[in-house]
Design a protein around this ligand. Sequence first.
Ligand code: PLP
Length: 836
Amino acid sequence: MTAPFDTAKQSAAIAKMLDNIGMDKTSIEADFLKYLCHTLGRQLDSEDYYLFKALSYSTRDRLMTHWKRTWAAYNQHKLKKAYYLSMEFLIGRSLTNNLLNLGIEDATHQALYDLGLDLEQLEETERDAGLGNGGLGRLAACFMDSCATLRLPVMGYGLRYEYGMFRQQIQNGYQVEEPDHWLGFGPYPWEIQRNEYTQLIKFGGTSRHYVDPVSGRLIVHWEHAEVVLAVPYDVPIPGFKNATVNTLRLWSAMAKEGFNLSEFNAGSYHEAVADKSQAENITKVLYPNDTSENGKVLRLKQQYFLVSASLQDVVQQWNDRYGSFSDFAEYNAFQLNDTHPSLAVAELMRLLIDKERLDWDQAWAITTQTMAYTNHTLLPEALERWPRKLLQELLPRPLEIILEINRRFLAQVAMRWPADTQRQQRMSILDDNDNICMAYLAIVGSHSVNGVAALHSQLLQDGLFNDFYQLWPEKFNNKTNGVTQRRWLAGCNPAMRTLLKDHIGEGWITQLTDLQQIESLAETAEFREQWYQVKRANKQRLAKLILQETGVSFPLDSMFDVQVKRIHEYKRQLLNALHVIHLYSRIKRGDTDNWTNRAVLFGGKAAPGYAMAKQIIKLINNIAQMVNNDPQVGDKLKVVFFPNYRVSAMEVICPGTDLSEQISTAGKEASGTGNMKFMMNGALTIGTLDGANVEILDAVGERNFFLFGLKTPEVEELRHHYNPQYFIDQSHDLQAVLGLLEAGHFNQFEPGIFDNIIRAIKSPDDPWMILADFQSYVEAQSKAAMAYRDRDNWLRQSIINTARSGIFSTDRTMAQYNQDIWKLQPIEMDGITIQC
Ligand SMILES: *Cc1c(COP(=O)(O)O)cnc(C)c1O
């Protein structure tokens, strides 16, 4: 006989024990030492890495109770949940953010200080989780933070790539890619493997249709498929001081069997093991292409793997809990981060029809009521299309479903526009070249389609998706991007956080529009002086990092002029480079009256297969080499290319920036989020009327923004008769710049290496129209330089930029997704108890 077990009493006791984990300095210190000495077998003089790890574990313990309670709150009541499906989550580091959101930075700092350790130094030890390329992946990470802070029941689903975004080295001015084996230094301290939620994913085989002899229903079996395991790893996403911890679930591929035993017995050991690595290749590496299609079979496998694992997970848990799917659509929402997970439309149909035995119309109603699609780009090279033949081979059953969706959809189009066969052809999910158009699949299968800034959403309606807009205007909406101020202000700019706290408190950490309150302070000299000191300290921190990484000194008095983002022709790093040459040329010819010293920072990765982007990196490095080593230039101009731009680098870069470069060809940048991070940290923007720049300009006004360049309709109009030579003839400045470039001034020992670039910008077919905007850009730059010389006024403008950045919080973005698309209730944590 076992002793009687009083469940209620025991659970209460266990819950109390769990809830009682100390958030004070003494308990943090004790736990840190326990992990360091007992779990890891190290001591206080061990390498920082072990100290970081011990601190991460003790911090994770402090998330665990909230995490379990949040999970319990999800499941104790039937409540609607949303699932954010994304191929990328560009998380970066987590320690600083987790301490901040738990509200234990001070206690932790003190605990370590008492042990003779420096918290900041340990924070620097953490490697970035680089599971994304750029803006799209970072947006997903900011969204997760805001949802947890708003207590929205939202779960992220992604892939646990073994190799994240490559590490960029610069050798002789060229980008060299190094694999980022971020998991290679022991386990990632923030994740928890959850084998119990493992899913089976099918590839290949055939689909067999037959009539069930009992029910008389048509049944489909997906047979002879290869099966791969999807094993989830959960990462905690804490809200800001609200006892809520949401979940990011990342799937990792595993072979179903250790190895194929029958092949092993037949004596083919190698083949048996090779099979295993084939399966595990699926989540081996992130594709390093930002805004361009990957087109590889393995990429398609990754996409289906994510979608199938995540949807099976959701459907299975629903089934376990409720059984009936009649009200599934009222309690579940799926947000597709770009078209990468758009196979979800077909996969949900497959699960509902083949597994749950719903009929087509029921399944379709559920699918279209639960799916929502976010578009991230208008660039044609990014639009994913997969050959029908490839899907036939890899995903025979989902393909059948896609073709049936298309058949029914085209009938609907024919009904609405009888005899307009051209329109039917244009709108068909299966295009003229026998490819499946993933964007169209996503639109047809969703009830909501959104762009990511006002201009971008308008251009989707008027251009790319106009046919679909005419059919379903009610589906289309805008959700302007944002960034989380927890990471991008409170976390990365402690000096400004302290200053803000002294004047307006800390309400802005969850209510960013509170920053409005500092605007009136811009008129007091004392506050401006404090603002100046904060910016200067941040410039010092940045200059130190730049010196460390590049060996170049940035003089603190110069204007820090920064363009960091993926290297892409549409983002026009080349235009910025031409301006740098222009400044250099002015110095060389002695045209330096009223000069403003400038230090120009470039950073960003080029996709390994993107030759032009890589040449742009080389050009910038060669210009930097020439400029920085010319004694006649001195402090007037410095130029560096910062290697391996990533989240943790941006956390130092944006607080130390004076001028933010957002200079894409109008109509090409969907939103941009780098622009928002800079603005929030008090940088002024020089930019075109593109993406969210439009809304930034709206917020701060033309006096506090350096606007230049053609507007979207002007770009489109000029395209028909673009003549770069006309702009060259008009501008002596441009002639001087091109003269230096064409004379090989920056590549004296490497003849011809920039011919390609010169040809591209002088071509009437240059889609980015760099030369058309050159003169206007130079004038705006000159205004910025003049403005910078008036320190007092610059400080006012800087303060106004921060003060008006409130609308660019992802808290606002998420509230809008929730209000218009998901319609979730915030989680109530009161009275939620957990069991051990
Ligand atoms: C914010 C961010 C981006 C996006 O920058 P854009 O200027 O909007 O393209 C890309 N990479 C990293 C590391 C970022 O932090």
